[in-house]
Design a protein around this ligand. Structure first.
Ligand SMILES: Nc1ncnc2c1ncn2[C@@H]1O[C@H](COP(=O)(O)OP(=O)(O)OP(=O)(O)O)[C@@H](O)[C@H]1O
Length: 281
Protein backbone atom coordinates (compact mmCIF):
# COMPACT_ATOMS: atom_id res chain seq x y z
CA UNK A 1 0.00 0.00 0.00
CA UNK A 2 1.16 3.50 -0.77
CA UNK A 3 -0.82 4.96 2.14
CA UNK A 4 -2.15 3.08 5.13
CA UNK A 5 -4.39 4.59 7.80
CA UNK A 6 -3.91 2.29 10.75
CA UNK A 7 -6.60 2.71 13.43
CA UNK A 8 -6.28 6.47 13.25
CA UNK A 9 -7.97 8.65 15.82
CA UNK A 10 -7.95 12.41 16.26
CA UNK A 11 -9.25 14.23 19.28
CA UNK A 12 -9.38 17.96 19.93
CA UNK A 13 -9.60 19.80 23.21
CA UNK A 14 -12.68 22.01 23.09
CA UNK A 15 -14.23 24.55 25.43
CA UNK A 16 -17.44 23.46 27.16
CA UNK A 17 -20.46 25.61 26.31
CA UNK A 18 -20.93 26.45 30.01
CA UNK A 19 -17.48 28.10 30.04
CA UNK A 20 -15.57 28.74 33.24
CA UNK A 21 -12.03 27.83 34.14
CA UNK A 22 -10.84 24.36 33.21
CA UNK A 23 -14.08 23.83 31.33
CA UNK A 24 -12.54 21.81 28.54
CA UNK A 25 -13.52 18.45 27.19
CA UNK A 26 -12.20 16.11 24.54
CA UNK A 27 -13.90 15.96 21.17
CA UNK A 28 -13.30 12.92 18.99
CA UNK A 29 -13.31 14.07 15.37
CA UNK A 30 -12.28 10.77 13.74
CA UNK A 31 -11.78 7.32 15.16
CA UNK A 32 -10.86 3.78 14.09
CA UNK A 33 -9.99 4.89 10.59
CA UNK A 34 -8.62 1.93 8.69
CA UNK A 35 -7.99 2.55 5.01
CA UNK A 36 -5.35 1.62 2.45
CA UNK A 37 -4.64 3.53 -0.76
CA UNK A 38 -2.72 1.73 -3.50
CA UNK A 39 0.13 3.22 -5.46
CA UNK A 40 -1.29 5.20 -8.38
CA UNK A 41 -4.84 4.90 -7.11
CA UNK A 42 -7.49 7.64 -7.28
CA UNK A 43 -9.23 7.43 -3.89
CA UNK A 44 -12.16 9.68 -3.10
CA UNK A 45 -13.38 10.26 0.45
CA UNK A 46 -16.94 11.46 0.75
CA UNK A 47 -18.89 12.25 3.90
CA UNK A 48 -21.31 14.63 5.58
CA UNK A 49 -20.20 18.06 6.71
CA UNK A 50 -18.02 17.97 9.82
CA UNK A 51 -17.34 14.22 9.68
CA UNK A 52 -13.59 14.74 9.68
CA UNK A 53 -12.61 14.63 6.01
CA UNK A 54 -10.29 17.64 6.23
CA UNK A 55 -8.88 16.31 9.49
CA UNK A 56 -7.88 13.09 7.72
CA UNK A 57 -6.29 15.00 4.87
CA UNK A 58 -4.45 17.36 7.24
CA UNK A 59 -2.95 14.37 9.02
CA UNK A 60 -1.97 12.85 5.69
CA UNK A 61 -0.34 16.14 4.75
CA UNK A 62 1.53 16.10 8.06
CA UNK A 63 -0.07 19.38 9.15
CA UNK A 64 -1.39 17.72 12.29
CA UNK A 65 -0.71 14.40 14.03
CA UNK A 66 -3.07 11.54 14.91
CA UNK A 67 -3.94 11.31 18.62
CA UNK A 68 -3.78 7.52 18.31
CA UNK A 69 -2.87 5.09 15.55
CA UNK A 70 -0.62 6.01 12.66
CA UNK A 71 -0.56 6.86 8.98
CA UNK A 72 2.07 5.12 6.92
CA UNK A 73 3.40 6.45 3.62
CA UNK A 74 5.49 3.86 1.78
CA UNK A 75 5.56 1.92 5.04
CA UNK A 76 6.93 4.80 7.12
CA UNK A 77 4.90 6.82 9.65
CA UNK A 78 4.15 10.36 8.48
CA UNK A 79 6.00 12.81 10.65
CA UNK A 80 5.28 16.26 9.26
CA UNK A 81 4.83 17.87 5.84
CA UNK A 82 7.02 16.79 2.95
CA UNK A 83 7.63 17.42 -0.73
CA UNK A 84 6.45 13.87 -1.44
CA UNK A 85 2.89 15.18 -0.87
CA UNK A 86 1.28 18.11 -2.68
CA UNK A 87 -1.87 19.67 -1.27
CA UNK A 88 -4.56 21.52 -3.22
CA UNK A 89 -7.14 23.33 -1.11
CA UNK A 90 -10.52 24.79 -1.96
CA UNK A 91 -9.03 28.27 -1.98
CA UNK A 92 -6.27 28.87 -4.45
CA UNK A 93 -3.66 30.42 -2.13
CA UNK A 94 -1.76 32.05 -4.99
CA UNK A 95 0.51 35.07 -4.46
CA UNK A 96 -1.47 37.97 -5.99
CA UNK A 97 1.67 39.90 -6.88
CA UNK A 98 3.18 37.07 -8.92
CA UNK A 99 2.13 35.89 -12.37
CA UNK A 100 0.79 32.37 -12.94
CA UNK A 101 4.24 31.25 -14.02
CA UNK A 102 6.05 32.99 -11.16
CA UNK A 103 3.66 31.40 -8.68
CA UNK A 104 4.84 27.99 -9.86
CA UNK A 105 8.51 28.94 -10.18
CA UNK A 106 8.60 30.34 -6.67
CA UNK A 107 8.17 26.96 -4.98
CA UNK A 108 10.67 25.35 -7.32
CA UNK A 109 13.24 28.01 -6.45
CA UNK A 110 12.87 27.12 -2.78
CA UNK A 111 13.55 23.52 -3.80
CA UNK A 112 16.85 24.64 -5.37
CA UNK A 113 15.95 23.96 -9.00
CA UNK A 114 18.00 26.04 -11.49
CA UNK A 115 16.32 28.98 -13.24
CA UNK A 116 16.08 27.46 -16.73
CA UNK A 117 14.56 24.22 -15.45
CA UNK A 118 12.16 26.18 -13.24
CA UNK A 119 10.92 28.08 -16.24
CA UNK A 120 10.57 24.95 -18.38
CA UNK A 121 8.77 23.03 -15.67
CA UNK A 122 6.37 25.88 -14.94
CA UNK A 123 5.48 26.21 -18.64
CA UNK A 124 5.10 22.45 -19.00
CA UNK A 125 2.66 22.13 -16.12
CA UNK A 126 0.71 25.25 -17.09
CA UNK A 127 0.24 23.66 -20.53
CA UNK A 128 -0.78 20.37 -18.89
CA UNK A 129 -3.63 22.11 -17.04
CA UNK A 130 -4.68 23.94 -20.21
CA UNK A 131 -3.16 27.31 -19.43
CA UNK A 132 -0.57 27.66 -22.20
CA UNK A 133 -0.55 31.34 -23.16
CA UNK A 134 -1.59 32.52 -19.69
CA UNK A 135 1.87 32.39 -18.11
CA UNK A 136 2.16 36.15 -17.64
CA UNK A 137 -1.32 36.73 -16.17
CA UNK A 138 -1.70 37.78 -12.56
CA UNK A 139 -4.24 35.93 -10.37
CA UNK A 140 -6.73 38.83 -10.56
CA UNK A 141 -6.66 38.49 -14.34
CA UNK A 142 -7.69 34.82 -14.14
CA UNK A 143 -11.10 33.22 -13.51
CA UNK A 144 -11.72 31.03 -10.44
CA UNK A 145 -11.29 27.88 -12.53
CA UNK A 146 -8.03 29.18 -14.01
CA UNK A 147 -6.67 30.03 -10.58
CA UNK A 148 -7.45 26.52 -9.40
CA UNK A 149 -5.65 25.17 -12.48
CA UNK A 150 -2.59 27.21 -11.50
CA UNK A 151 -2.81 25.75 -7.97
CA UNK A 152 -2.95 22.23 -9.42
CA UNK A 153 -0.05 22.95 -11.79
CA UNK A 154 1.96 24.31 -8.89
CA UNK A 155 1.41 21.12 -6.88
CA UNK A 156 2.26 18.90 -9.85
CA UNK A 157 5.42 20.87 -10.66
CA UNK A 158 6.90 19.70 -7.37
CA UNK A 159 6.48 16.18 -8.69
CA UNK A 160 5.00 14.79 -5.47
CA UNK A 161 4.21 11.06 -5.24
CA UNK A 162 0.84 11.84 -3.75
CA UNK A 163 -1.63 14.60 -4.51
CA UNK A 164 -3.99 15.52 -1.66
CA UNK A 165 -7.04 17.48 -2.77
CA UNK A 166 -9.45 19.02 -0.27
CA UNK A 167 -12.65 19.95 -2.13
CA UNK A 168 -10.60 21.71 -4.82
CA UNK A 169 -13.57 22.38 -7.11
CA UNK A 170 -16.19 23.25 -4.48
CA UNK A 171 -16.02 27.00 -5.08
CA UNK A 172 -16.39 26.75 -8.86
CA UNK A 173 -19.50 26.95 -11.04
CA UNK A 174 -20.95 23.62 -12.22
CA UNK A 175 -19.63 23.81 -15.78
CA UNK A 176 -16.08 24.75 -14.79
CA UNK A 177 -16.16 22.03 -12.16
CA UNK A 178 -17.08 19.36 -14.72
CA UNK A 179 -14.37 20.55 -17.09
CA UNK A 180 -11.75 20.43 -14.35
CA UNK A 181 -12.93 17.02 -13.22
CA UNK A 182 -12.35 15.51 -16.64
CA UNK A 183 -9.02 17.33 -16.94
CA UNK A 184 -7.95 16.00 -13.58
CA UNK A 185 -8.69 12.45 -14.76
CA UNK A 186 -6.63 13.06 -17.89
CA UNK A 187 -3.75 14.45 -15.81
CA UNK A 188 -3.98 11.52 -13.40
CA UNK A 189 -3.78 9.07 -16.31
CA UNK A 190 -0.74 10.90 -17.68
CA UNK A 191 1.14 11.36 -14.43
CA UNK A 192 0.14 8.17 -12.53
CA UNK A 193 0.04 10.03 -9.22
CA UNK A 194 -1.67 8.60 -6.19
CA UNK A 195 -4.59 10.95 -5.50
CA UNK A 196 -6.65 11.31 -2.32
CA UNK A 197 -9.57 13.59 -3.12
CA UNK A 198 -12.11 14.88 -0.63
CA UNK A 199 -15.60 15.98 -1.57
CA UNK A 200 -19.19 16.48 -0.49
CA UNK A 201 -20.34 15.71 -4.02
CA UNK A 202 -21.63 12.22 -4.80
CA UNK A 203 -21.47 12.71 -8.58
CA UNK A 204 -17.95 14.03 -8.29
CA UNK A 205 -16.98 10.99 -6.19
CA UNK A 206 -18.39 8.45 -8.65
CA UNK A 207 -16.97 10.29 -11.65
CA UNK A 208 -13.44 10.60 -10.29
CA UNK A 209 -12.79 7.75 -7.89
CA UNK A 210 -11.54 4.26 -8.59
CA UNK A 211 -12.76 3.64 -5.07
CA UNK A 212 -14.99 5.83 -2.92
CA UNK A 213 -14.68 5.70 0.87
CA UNK A 214 -17.91 6.80 2.54
CA UNK A 215 -17.53 8.24 6.03
CA UNK A 216 -19.92 8.23 8.98
CA UNK A 217 -20.74 11.41 10.84
CA UNK A 218 -19.28 12.14 14.27
CA UNK A 219 -17.05 10.55 15.16
CA UNK A 220 -15.93 10.11 11.60
CA UNK A 221 -14.93 6.64 10.53
CA UNK A 222 -14.98 4.73 7.26
CA UNK A 223 -18.45 3.27 6.77
CA UNK A 224 -17.89 1.51 3.47
CA UNK A 225 -15.54 1.54 0.51
CA UNK A 226 -17.20 1.24 -2.89
CA UNK A 227 -15.41 0.05 -6.02
CA UNK A 228 -16.17 2.06 -9.13
CA UNK A 229 -15.92 -0.09 -12.29
CA UNK A 230 -13.46 1.21 -14.88
CA UNK A 231 -16.09 1.98 -17.52
CA UNK A 232 -18.05 4.18 -15.13
CA UNK A 233 -15.00 6.08 -14.10
CA UNK A 234 -13.65 7.77 -17.17
CA UNK A 235 -13.03 10.97 -19.01
CA UNK A 236 -15.56 10.27 -21.75
CA UNK A 237 -18.32 12.75 -22.27
CA UNK A 238 -21.53 11.10 -21.26
CA UNK A 239 -20.45 8.74 -18.52
CA UNK A 240 -22.82 10.39 -16.05
CA UNK A 241 -25.86 9.16 -17.96
CA UNK A 242 -24.90 5.46 -17.77
CA UNK A 243 -27.34 3.39 -15.68
CA UNK A 244 -24.40 2.06 -13.60
CA UNK A 245 -23.41 5.63 -12.79
CA UNK A 246 -26.92 6.29 -11.47
CA UNK A 247 -26.92 3.06 -9.46
CA UNK A 248 -23.59 3.86 -7.81
CA UNK A 249 -24.70 7.41 -7.12
CA UNK A 250 -27.85 6.05 -5.46
CA UNK A 251 -25.90 3.50 -3.40
CA UNK A 252 -23.62 6.22 -2.01
CA UNK A 253 -26.54 8.59 -1.53
CA UNK A 254 -28.30 5.97 0.63
CA UNK A 255 -25.18 5.38 2.71
CA UNK A 256 -24.85 9.12 3.24
CA UNK A 257 -28.51 9.83 3.87
CA UNK A 258 -28.46 8.04 7.23
CA UNK A 259 -25.30 9.87 8.20
CA UNK A 260 -26.59 13.29 7.22
CA UNK A 261 -29.76 12.82 9.28
CA UNK A 262 -27.68 11.54 12.20
CA UNK A 263 -25.43 14.61 11.94
CA UNK A 264 -28.48 16.89 11.86
CA UNK A 265 -29.88 15.14 14.91
CA UNK A 266 -26.57 15.68 16.74
CA UNK A 267 -26.62 19.38 15.81
CA UNK A 268 -30.15 19.66 17.11
CA UNK A 269 -29.32 17.97 20.43
CA UNK A 270 -26.24 20.15 20.81
CA UNK A 271 -28.26 23.32 20.15
CA UNK A 272 -30.84 22.26 22.75
CA UNK A 273 -28.10 21.53 25.30
CA UNK A 274 -26.54 24.93 24.54
CA UNK A 275 -29.92 26.66 25.03
CA UNK A 276 -30.43 24.83 28.34
CA UNK A 277 -26.99 25.94 29.54
CA UNK A 278 -27.78 29.50 28.40
CA UNK A 279 -31.10 29.46 30.29
CA UNK A 280 -29.39 28.21 33.45
CA UNK A 281 -26.53 30.72 33.17
N1 LIG B 1 -8.66 22.54 15.66
C1 LIG B 1 -9.84 22.03 16.01
N2 LIG B 1 -10.29 22.14 17.27
C2 LIG B 1 -11.47 21.62 17.65
N3 LIG B 1 -12.29 20.95 16.81
C3 LIG B 1 -11.91 20.82 15.52
C4 LIG B 1 -10.67 21.35 15.05
N4 LIG B 1 -10.55 21.06 13.74
C5 LIG B 1 -11.68 20.38 13.41
N5 LIG B 1 -12.47 20.23 14.47
C6 LIG B 1 -13.78 19.53 14.52
O1 LIG B 1 -13.59 18.23 14.00
C7 LIG B 1 -14.70 17.85 13.20
C8 LIG B 1 -14.22 17.47 11.83
O2 LIG B 1 -13.81 18.64 11.13
P1 LIG B 1 -13.34 18.60 9.60
O3 LIG B 1 -13.03 19.98 9.17
O4 LIG B 1 -12.30 17.58 9.46
O5 LIG B 1 -14.69 18.09 8.90
P2 LIG B 1 -15.04 17.98 7.34
O6 LIG B 1 -15.65 16.64 7.15
O7 LIG B 1 -13.87 18.32 6.52
O8 LIG B 1 -16.16 19.10 7.24
P3 LIG B 1 -16.65 19.97 5.96
O9 LIG B 1 -17.12 18.95 4.95
O10 LIG B 1 -17.77 20.78 6.53
O11 LIG B 1 -15.48 20.76 5.50
C9 LIG B 1 -15.67 19.03 13.21
O12 LIG B 1 -16.70 18.77 14.14
C10 LIG B 1 -14.82 20.21 13.65
O13 LIG B 1 -15.60 21.11 14.40
Amino acid sequence: MKIQFDNVQKTFKVRNPAGGRGAFSTFTAVKDVQLGVKDGEFMVIVGPSGCGKSTLLDMLGGLTKPSAGQILLDGKPIDGPGLDRGIVFQQYALFPWKTAKQNIEFGLEAKGIPRKERSERASHFLALVGLAGFEQRYPHELSGGMKQRVAIARSLAFDPDVLLMDEPFAALDAQTRETLQSELLRIWEQTKKTIVFITHGIDEAVYLGQRVAVMTSRPGTIKQVIDIPVHVNGAEEDIRSLPEFGELRHEIWELLRDEVSRAQQQEHTKAQAGAAVGARG
